[in-house]
Design a protein around this ligand. Structure first.
Ligand code: AMP
Length: 542
C-alpha cells in the first residue's frame, strides 16, 4: 500500500521561494566585489533570481544545460544560483583558485554554455576563452559603470542583462532527481571529477545541515559563510540558511582576518563557517589588536583537521566550536563534533579531546570502516580503517565517468583513514595516500601536524612519509614558523615528546618559508613529497 501524502518534489528553488514568502524582509548583506557593503533581502533575491531564469531561457538555456559561475560569495551569486536551478539548468560552481588549465579542462568537460563571473576573474577567463568552445556568452556580475573592457564572447554586464527581464516568470515543478548543481573535486592526482548534485539531494542535505547538532541556525541568527559557494555549495549554507530565514552576510573577495573580523563585528554575526586557514588569520588579527566578538556564538570549521590550539582559542572566547568533516562527494557534510551525552558536561582537556574528533553523522549519513579487503573493522576508537559512507546526499558516480565507485553494499570509499568509537564519534587519522607506513604500522600524519601546530612558534606544520631503509617510511615534520618567532628542531621535538607514542616521533624537522596549499586550502602533500624527494634522514643507516 502506498502512503496518501502529496507528491511534492524536493526542488532547490522552492527554498528561496520559502525564504521570500516567510522571511522576505530578512537581510542578505554583501561586501561587494566593487567595494561597498550592499544590502538586499530574500524577497529581492527571489525576484531577481526569477529574472535570471527568464534571461537564461531567452538566451536558449534549457533543462539539463550547464551554466558556470566563477564568483565570490555575494548576493548576486546567490541570485544566479537559484535562477539557474529554477529552470532545471545545472549550476556549475567553478573554483577560481585552480590552475587556468584545470579551469579550462573543467569547463570543457562540463560543456558549460554560459559563464557568470565576477570582474575579478575576467582577465583569467580572457586568457583561456580561446580554449572554451562550448561557452556562448559571459555574464559579468557587475553594473554598467564597473563593466571592464573585455574580449570575452557576447560579454554583458549582469545588471544591464537583468534589466531586460520584466520578471513575469514562474518556476515549474519537475522531477526531484533532476540534476541541480555540479562541483569538481580539486583532485591532487589525475583529472578533476565532476560531482552532480540533484534537487532532491540538495534539499535533503539542507535538512541535515539545519539540525541542531549540525549547523542548526534559526531565523534569529546571522550566518557568515566564509567557505565559498564554489566549495561544495558553501557546505550547504546557500540552501540551509535561506531555508531557515537566517540573515546571511556574504564576504565577497576579502577573506583576510581584518575584513572577516569587521563583518563579524558590524553585522553582529552569530554563526560562521570556514577552513582552518581562515580562522588562523582571524585569530591572529584578534590577538594582535586584543579584539573581541561579543555576538559570535558558533564557529564551524572543516575542510582540514582543526588544530586543538584553535579549538581552545574559540572555546576560551565562549564560542561553540563545531569541527566538521565532509567532502564534495557528500554535498558535503559527513560528520560534526557536537558534544552529546555522556560528554556534554566535560571541561578542559577532556572536552577538547571530543571537540577535536570529526564527530558523528547527522541522520542521512551512514559510515563504516574496513580493512583493504573490505572487511568491517570494530568501532573501538583505536582501529584505523578505510572510511566508507552511504546516504541520499552521497555521490553514486562521477559525471561522464563509467568507473564503479560504490562497494557491493553501496558505500563510497572516501579515501580517508579513520577510527570510530563506540559512541559513533569518528576521527580522521589520515588520507589513505598520506598515512605513514612505518614497519608495517600506520602513523597518522594529521595527529602529528595537530600536535606540532600547538607549539607557540609554529604557524603551520605538515608531515610526510620519507623513505627509510629499515622502516620503509618515517615521518618528516615540515614547519613554517610564525613571523618574528624562532624555534629549533630540538625545541619542537621536545614539545612533542611524551604526547605521542615514541615510535610516532618525527625522525627530523625541517623549516620552510611557506607550505603549499590546494585550491581548497588543504596542505598540498604531493608538492611537498616532490620538494623533499631527495631528502634522506640523518639517522637512516643504510
Ligand atoms: P573536499 O572534497 O575538497 O571538501 O575534500 C574532502 C577531504 O578533505 C576529505 O576527504 C578529508 O580528507 C579532508 N577533510 C575535510 N574535513 C576534514 C576535517 N575536519 N579533518 C580532516 N580532514 C578533513
Amino acid at each position: 500500500m502506498r502512503g496518501l501524502m502529496q507528491d511534492w518534489p524536493l526542488l532547490c528553488h522552492r527554498i528561496i521561494e520559502h525564504a521570500a514568502r516567510y522571511h522576505g524582509t530578512q537581510e542578505v548583506v554583501t561586501r561587494s566585489v566593487e567595494g561597498p557593503i550592499v544590502r538586499t533581502t530574500y524577497a529581492e533575491i527571489h525576484k531577481r533570481a526569477l529574472k535570471v531564469s527568464q534571461m537564461l531561457q531567452r538566451d536558449g538555456i534549457k533543462l539539463g544545460d550547464r551554466v558556470a559561475t566563477i564568483a565570490w560569495n555575494t548576493a548576486r551569486h546567490l541570485e544566479c544560483w537559484y535562477g539557474i536551478m529554477g529552470i532545471g539548468a545545472i549550476c556549475h560552481t567553478v573554483n577560481p583558485r585552480l590552475f587556468p588549465e584545470q579551469i579550462a579542462w573543467i569547463i570543457n568537460h562540463a560543456e558549460d554554455r554560459v559563464v557568470m563571473t565576477d570582474i575579478t576573474f575576467v582577465p583569467l577567463l580572457e586568457k583561456i576563452a580561446g580554449q572554451l568552445p562550448s561557452v556562448e556568452r559571459y555574464v559579468v556580475l557587475t553594473d554598467k559603470a564597473h563593466m571592464p573592457q573585455t574580449t570575452l564572447k557576447n560579454a554583458v554586464a549582469y545588471e544591464e542583462w537583468l534589466a531586460q527581464a520584466d520578471g513575469k516568470f514562474e518556476w515549474q515543478d519537475f522531477d526531484e532527481n533532476t540534476a541541480a548543481a555540479m562541483c569538481y573535486t580539486s583532485g591532487t592526482t589525475g583529472d578533476p571529477k565532476g560531482v552532480l548534485y540533484s534537487h532532491r539531494s540538495n534539499v535533503i542535505h539542507s535538512f541535515m545541515a539545519n539540525s541542531k547538532d549540525a549547523l542548526g541556525t534559526s531565523s534569529s541568527d546571522v550566518m557568515l559563510p566564509v567557505v565559498p559557494l564554489f566549495h561544495a555549495n558553501s557546505w550547504g549554507i546557500a540552501f540551509s540558511a535561506p531555508a531557515m530565514g537566517t540573515k546571511l552576510v556574504m564576504p565577497g573577495m576579502k577573506l583576510d582576518g581584518a575584513s572577516v573580523y569587521e563583518l563579524l563585528e558590524t553585522e553582529k554575526v552569530t554563526h560562521t563557517a570556514g577552513v582552518p586557514t581562515v580562522w588562523l588569520m582571524l585569530l591572529n588579527h584578534m590577538a594582535a589588536g586584543n579584539l573581541k566578538l561579543p555576538h559570535l556564538e558558533f564557529v564551524v570549521c572543516g575542510g582540514s583537521a582543526m588544530p586543538r590550539s584553535m579549538i581552545k582559542a574559540f572555546v576560551d572566547m565562549g564560542v561553540t566550536v563545531r569541527h566538521a568533516w565532509g567532502m564534495t562527494e557528500m554535498s558535503p557534510l559527513g560528520t560534526l563534533a557536537a558534544l552529546k551525552p555522556p560528554f556534554s558536561d566535560l571541561k578542559g582537556d577532556a572536552q577538547l579531546d571530543v571537540l577535536q574528533t570529526q564527530g558523528f553523522p547527522p541522520y542521512g549519513v551512514q559510515m563504516k570502516i574496513t580493512d583493504d579487503a573490505g572487511k568491517e573493522l570494530p568501532w573501538d576508537g583505536k582501529t584505523f580503517g578505510r572510511l566508507k559512507v552511504a546516504g541520499p546526499a552521497v555521490a553514486k558516480a562521477y559525471f561522464k565517468v563509467d568507473t564503479k565507485i560504490l562497494d557491493d553494499e553501496g558505500y563510497f570509499d572516501t579515501g580517508d583513514v579513520a577510527t570510530i568509537d563506540p559512541h559513533g564519534y569518528m576521527r580522521i587519522t589520515d588520507r589513505s595516500k598520506d598515512v605513514i607506513k612505518s614497519g608495517g604500522e600506520w602513523i597518522s600524519s594529521i595527529d602529528l601536524e595537530n600536535l606540532a601546530v600547538g607549539h607557540p612558534a609554529v604557524a603551520e606544520a605538515a608531515v610526510i612519509g620519507v623513505f627509510h631503509p629499515k622502516w620503509d617510511e618515517r615521518p618528516l615534520l615540515i614547519v613554517q614558523l610564525k613571523q618574528g618567532q624562532s624555534a629549533t628542531r630540538e625545541d619542537i621535538l621536545k614539545f612533542m615528546d611524551g604526547k605521542i607514542a615514541k615510535w610516532w616521533m618525527p625522525d627530523d624537522v625541517v623549516f620552510v618559508e611557506g607550505i603549499p596549499h590546494t585550491a581548497t586550502g588543504k596542505i598540498l602533500k604531493t608538492a611537498l613529497r616532490d620538494q623533499f624527494k631527495a631528502y634522506r634522514f640523518p639517522n637512516a643507516a643504510a
